[in-house]
Design a protein around this ligand. Sequence first.
Ligand code: PGA
Ligand code: ZN
Length: 425
Amino acid sequence: EVATVHARQVLDSRGNPTVEVEVELGSGARGRAIVPSGASTGSHEALELRDGGSAYGGKGVTQAVAHVNGELAAAVRGLEASHQELIDQTLCDADGTPGKTRLGANAILGVSLAVARAAAAERDLPLYRYLGGVGAHVLPVPLMNVLNGGVHADNALDCQEFMIVPLGAASFGEALRWGAEVYQALRGVLRARGLATTVGDEGGFAPALQATEEACAVLVAAIEAAGLRPHRDVALALDPATSELFEDGAYHFKGEGRRLDADGLCAYWSELVRHFPIVSIEDGMAEEDWDGWAQLTAQLGDRVQLVGDDVFVTNPERLAEGIRRRVANALLVKVNQIGSLSETLQTMALATRQGYACVVSHRSGETEDTTIADLAVATGCGQIKAGAPARTDRVAKYNQLLRIEEELGDAARFAGPAAFRLGQW
Ligand code: PGA
Ligand code: ZN
């Protein structure tokens, strides 16, 4: 059972404070977890509790840390660590609000994940096997964000993320190699065009490009320069994060000087998908634009994976609403949007039951914590979004997947194109 719970404030990849939690069980087994943090957050996410005031520009998390060391530690002390649902329910009850606004989702999630790690350690199991059982053997296709824009970079790209998707590889290890090779080729392509190769929050390059089409064309050139086939070997995925562009009922593409309504945006994505090997578009409509979302899904849903991030915020009720309205065909999974492991798994189970694909995701503010790598294998969801194949906060997840693939040996299977559920490839 849970013996001690201790939290401290540490830093994330952007240099902002976040919560780290350590749990020790009666048996002596220990678990540790660090909570990530978003920048283009959905407005319906559970609350990330920040101190305000002057230290760390108001971004301190000492109150959340105090809540872990006080109320939350007291609530779970003595509980059986392997009863994850009971642990998480107890944490949620201690908070008592639907959005985890009193104690903070960052406090609650830290305890939730650290308890899971301790319970796995007690059984001497890797986390993916503890959570996923002996059948967990599917390695996810990585969606690697190699060009950063939007609020993740200082350039004029409206679209936040341009990802390469090495879905044609035979193994995760090969997919990662292809991703890294395209990333290095991309550096060369950008240099040759006189563009900067400095990087954004998720390790992708942040060149002074403006148009979405231009960025996609640069990626196709990089895939070819790496000696790979666009589409068949390495496809593209976009996260335009359009909630950030939506204002007064319209979508404002400032870098491109375009203003579109939902109709226009649907036509725009259709056109883009015709010209580039795009297999997935995330948040192609804004979080409150349910009608636009339904229209986009009706128009493109049989050809492209349409991922709901801000619109669903890993929340089972938001997802259920989306299912009712026939919105999207895939769920983006961010543990800190909902704030506990059990609720995350519950939302993923709902998605899976309804035929939605799941993409386990990092946040733009990350750490050395690799929980999402294990979560992707445990659930066998087939896709992970963890940034560029560069920068330690990003490659920590990919490296963990290499370890898992090696450990599984012959039993390991790479999810491949089938993960995108778009029929024949
Ligand atoms: P965030 O962005 O982590 O900054 O919220 C990631 C995303 O929109 O997918
Ligand atoms: Zn997103």
